[in-house]
Design a protein around this ligand. Structure first.
Ligand code: F6R
Length: 240
């Protein structure tokens, strides 16, 4: 794993966007795995700027998002579909038919998981963007998830529900389940770019980089990936 430590959030976002801008220039028809959450917002702002400056186009890009809450309709302002449209997709020339996010509003979630897995099998990500949970989760693969897992439904842990409650009016509104890309499917991406910002990620970053890969810290599996780049700001890297 290549570890890059930056001065602050802005530098982390800039470095991450440089890597993706390079990919878009070298391979305009790429499969881009994307994440939601607070961490990649700066990266997405930079990508929108690069698009507005005429540096890159998303016309031929296919996306593959990591996860979605179960039970929220796409137009719910905390759904990940809504997040992606409002933080990136609405501001670039990406085609709606090339956007892929697991659909957590489906009645038959097992069928939806199988559909998403098949899509990923046929569309290997060139690069997968990840954030990291304070408990080391990647996507919504919580501690204890097997390293070879495929897309599945998860019960979110107390700590994840608590972390995510900041974005809802009340903790009781946070969905308790989600559909997530599996760890095995994240590992199949040609490149993995994992971002971490802030002191509340410091322990997870330490466990990811320094501990033997183990299921208690899902992100530690990335030590086994042939091309993984971790960009952490100073606060997130403070235990390294
Ligand atoms: C988001 C996702 C999650 C987040 C993680 C960190 O699609 O899969 O793993 O990346 O929970 O979230 P933030 O960036 O909000 O700290």
């Amino acid at each position: 794993m290549k570890v890059i430590i930056t001065e602050n959030y802005e530098d982390m976002s800039r470095k991450a966007s440089e890597i993706i801008i390079d990919l878009l220039k070298n391979k305009p028809k790429c499969v881009l795995g994307l994440a939601t959450g607070t961490t990649p917002i700066g990266l997405y702002k930079n990508l929108i700027k690069a698009y507005n400056d005429g540096e890159v186009s998303f016309k031929e890009v296919t996306t593959a998002n990591l996860d979605e809450y179960v039970g929220l309709q796409k137009d719910h302002d905390q759904s990940y579909d809504y997040f992606m449209h409002h933080n990136l997709f609405n501001y670039v020339d990406i085609k709606e038919e090339n956007l892929n996010i697991p659909d957590g509003s489906k009645q038959d979630l097992q069928k939806e998981c199988a559909r998403y897995s098949e899509f990923l099998m046929a569309n290997r990500q060139d690069l997968q963007v990840l954030g990291i949970g304070s408990n080391g989760h990647i996507g919504f693969n919580e501690p204890g998830t097997p390293f070879d897992s495929a897309t599945h439904v998860v019960n979110l842990t107390e700590s994840t529900i608590k972390d995510n409650s900041r974005l809802f009016n009340d903790i009781s509104e946070v969905p308790t389940k989600a559909v997530t890309m599996g760890i095995g499917e994240i590992m199949k991406s040609k490149t993995v770019l994992i971002l971490a910002s802030g002191a509340n990620k410091a322990q997870a970053v330490y466990d990811t980089v320094k501990k033997q890969p183990n299921e208690n810290c899902p992100a530690s599996v990335l030590q086994n990936h042939p091309d993984c780049i971790l960009i952490a700001d100073k606060e997130a890297a403070k235990l390294l």
